[in-house]
Design a protein around this ligand. Structure first.
Ligand SMILES: Nc1nc2c(c(=O)[nH]1)N[C@H]1C(S)=C(S)[C@@H](COP(=O)(O)OP(=O)(O)OC[C@H]3O[C@@H](n4cnc5c(=O)[nH]c(N)nc54)[C@H](O)[C@@H]3O)O[C@H]1N2
Ligand SMILES: Nc1nc2c(c(=O)[nH]1)N[C@H]1C(S)=C(S)[C@@H](COP(=O)(O)OP(=O)(O)OC[C@H]3O[C@@H](n4cnc5c(=O)[nH]c(N)nc54)[C@H](O)[C@@H]3O)O[C@H]1N2
Ligand SMILES: [Mo]
Length: 673
């Protein structure tokens, strides 16, 4: 029997999946050929949803930690004891003493009911802000009024494509066929990335900036376009505000200043300017990596300005494609969360350790859902210090994660394959997919909503959490009714297209207060920022020469930026089931670093900074910024996580973390070590 479901992982692609089921057992998962974007191909993370479900390490019963060891308990006992704790904390410290730490480990609509539970307590403390993409979303809110992306198919209208900091073949693999088609139609490809990617061999131009300096690069490229007369004067005059003020600021970004700051040779800066100034249309695909820096939001604003001023906004085959926020207008997920009236104290996802440590009232009870902060939040050591101070922690997950290890209660949730729901969380395209339950839950696992409804029963407000799931889903889909889309239709069709435009801003009616594209945004100013994009330097990463001189001995303490980007074989830390995740992780280095530090291919090395130290296997890879190293995130081992290395620095907008502003040193290990 074939049953349709979907991948709920926090990802660009959000695939629709067909499960082959025999006798109630899932035999195989394959891509659904009818999905217009993901088109029958399923990546290894999606295929492994089955292996995760059947994994021998999966926790299938509620657990309680007694005298330091985990003991199996019944749901009844778990729910009663946790409900008692909630009541006690509410009575003694109030609802702000309960922290709900959550993120997007699953992006299905019914997960919104988790928040509802805490709001119904009268409120809580919850985590807000982003480890992921918020600085860029805020940047595009200032510039356009909202982040919008072109429909995937529209890429084939482009004459030039700039993949700016997106790791397409790893994180957004379903973009690849669209890119290949565009290239075979004759589109030229430019890549801007400090690290080599699988797409590099296809590129006509590769630019490898020093990490965290894209803002300076974009401003310099735009200044050069201005100097060459390559701007879209009609756009600047009719559809934008603030150009004169911004244009005056640009003048300091001369070619030699930009070369100094970014390590990009002048010749490459000029070629990128030609790309934007003389090719039309150019589609720009932004990744999220480059906004995880102190100046990350401003970098996105600078790139927006470059693309807009050279006339690539609002036309087929163009756009600054960062995210797709239009979807949210067609889905009423707030009907499920029902936050209105709840008294919520907000702690930043990135800064939560400091906030927990200084909280008044203190955090007495923490619930963790859909996230593994111990491996994913920057500065793990500080986070552990904070979490260890919390008297009681409840984790809802499928596995004993590094976060769950700290807990007092573990509540087992279902896999997506055991749930009825729909997924709408794509960061890119505009399709929603229904999730049919593929098989019965294993063991005693329950969907999150059922766990929280059962807890609400214990606390006497179960009626406010319990409705048939169809009703919750219909509520969320309500705005689509006027477009003729109902739950019934979604259920039958499997995947439906939400009616967002294929080419955003083609009417040049922007969502900003002025209705125009805003090179200068009064909103940004009112929120405490510069009106226009500015260049903000990284705090840790500097020029290699300057860092080497710093120490006086010709060798800086931490001369190499280390990018802890998303892993190829796993979704963040969810690689427990993945093959080939070794106890010694791989550090990719350039040949320049290998020469400078005497590193050998496949040799062991020590990488360290002022926070952490790790033994790594060296892989020498050409094609990136000469002094940048790569270590995939999500990994833990040797007593630490990758985020033991990263700092708690903030990006400029949106309470976003700046975890890529991180530097290390590396040296070969001798055989005896
Ligand atoms: N296989 C896999 N796929 C995933 C995920 C996963 O963990 N594994 N995670 C999902 C999630 S949560 C997200 S947010 C997306 C992320 O998708 P992406 O944005 O594509 O990936 P990241 O790893 O966040 O970003 C890293 C890219 O940015 C580049 N980069 C880093 N610093 C800079 C810089 O200063 N300038 C420029 N120009 N580039 C820079 C890196 O070299 C890398 O190629 O992927 C999703 N898809
Ligand atoms: N150094 C460094 N740090 C990073 C990043 C980086 O690139 N470098 N990337 C950042 C980014 S972009 C992101 S989005 C974050 C990701 O941070 P997280 O979302 O915390 O990362 P995951 O490892 O995907 O953890 C998700 C957890 O949710 C669980 N889960 C999955 N489905 C469900 C469900 O239905 N219910 C419940 N209750 N649990 C479920 C999974 O088993 C898993 O343990 O990490 C950030 N941290
Ligand atoms: Mo993310």
């Amino acid at each position: 029997m074939n049953i349709k479901t979907a991948c709920p992982l926090d990802c660009w692609d959000t695939c629709s999946i067909i499960a082959h089921v025999e006798g109630g057992v899932v035999k195989d998962l394959v891509g659904d050929p009818d999905h217009p974007v993901t088109r029958g191909f399923l990546c290894n993370k999606g295929r492994r949803l089955k292996d995760r479900m059947y994994h021998p390490d999966r926790v299938l019963h509620p657990l309680k930690k007694v005298a330091g060891s985990w003991t199996r308990i019944s749901w009844e006992q778990a729910l009663r004891e946790i409900a008692d704790k909630i009541q006690h904390v509410l009575a003694t410290h109030g609802h702000h003493a309960i922290l709900h730490a959550y993120d997007w480990g699953s992006g299905t609509v019914l997960k919104n009911l988790n928040q509802r539970f805490f709001y119904l307590l009268g409120g809580c403390t919850e985590t807000v802000g982003s480890l992921c993409w918020e600085a860029g979303l805020e940047a595009q809110r200032y510039d356009f009024g909202q982040a919008r992306s072109h429909a995937p198919n529209d890429l084939t209208n482009a004459s030039g494509i700039v993949v700016w900091g997106r790791n397409v073949s790893v994180t957004n693999i379903h973009m690849t066929p669209f890119l290949k088609k565009a290239i075979s139609n004759g589109a030229k490809l430019c890549i801007v990335n400090p690290l080599p990617t699988d797409l590099h061999p296809r590129a006509d131009l590769v630019i490898a900036p020093r990490p965290g300096t894209d803002g300076a690069l974009a401003l310099g490229v735009l200044k050069h376009c201005k100097d060459c007369g390559w701007l879209d004067e009609t756009f600047l005059r009719q559809h934008a505000v603030g150009w004169a003020e911004f244009s005056a600021y640009l003048d300091q970004f001369t070619l030699d200043v930009v070369e100094q700051e970014t390590d990009v040779p002048i010749e490459h800066i000029v070629r990128l300017a030609e790309f934007y100034g003389t090719t039309r249309p150019v589609a720009t695909l932004l990744g999220l990596g480059m906004q995880r820096y102190p100046g990350g939001g401003n970098a996105i604003r600078a790139i927006d300005a470059l693309v807009a001023a050279t006339g690539h906004v609002g036309i087929p085959g163009g756009g600054v494609n960062y995210a797709n926020r239009m979807m949210s207008e067609f889905l009423n997920d707030s009907a499920l969360t029902a936050r209105d009236g709840a008294d919520v104290r907000e702690f930043s996802r990135g800064q939560q350790a400091d906030e927990i440590l200084s909280a008044n009232p203190p955090i007495e009870l923490m619930f963790v859902t859909r996230t593994n902060p111990v491996t994913q939040v920057p500065d793990t050591a500080r986070l552990l210090e904070a979490y260890k101070r919390i008297p009681c922690i409840v984790v809802v997950d499928m596995f004993m994660t590094k976060t769950a290890e700290l807990a007092d209660y573990f509540l087992p949730c279902t896999s997506v394959l055991e749930e009825e729901d729909f997924v709408y969380s794509t960061m890119w395209h505009n399709y929603v997919t229904y999730i049919h339950r593929v098989c019965e839950p294993r063991g005693e696992a329950r969907p999150d909503w059922e766990i929280f409804a059962a807890l609400a029963d214990e606390l006497g407000f179960g009626d406010k959490m319990r409705r048939p799931v169809e009703e919750w889903m219909s509520l969320a889909l309500h705005p689509l009714r006027e477009h003729g889309i109902t739950l019934q239709e979604l259920k039958q069709q499997g995947t439906i297209r939400v009616p967002t435009p294929d080419v955003p801003w083609s009417d040049y009616q922007f969502r900003t207060p002025s209705g125009k594209y805003e090179f200068v945004s009064e909103t940004a100013r009112a929120e405490g920022h510069s009106g226009h994009a500015t260049y903000v330097k990284p705090r840790e990463i500097g020029s290699h020469g300057a860092r080497c001189e710093e120490s006086g001995s010709g060798r800086a303490r931490f001369p190499y930026p280390m990018l802890t980007i998303h892993p190829r074989v796993s979704e963040n830390s969810q690689h427990r089931d993945a093959p080939n995740v070794p106890p010694i992780p791989t550090l990719e280095v350039s040949s320049a670093i290998a020469a400078e530090r005497g590193l050998k291919q496949d040799g062991l090395a020590r990488v360290w900074n002022d926070q952490a130290e790790l033994t790594v296997r060296v892989k020498i890879k050409a094609g990136g910024h000469p002094y940048t190293v790569k270590l995939e995130s999500g990994w833990w081992g040797q007593g630490i996580t990758v985020n033991h290395f990263t700092k708690r620095h903030k990006a400029d907008f949106g309470d976003q973390t700046a975890q890529y502003d991180c530097t290390v040193n590396v040296e070969p290990m001798t055989a005896e070590e």
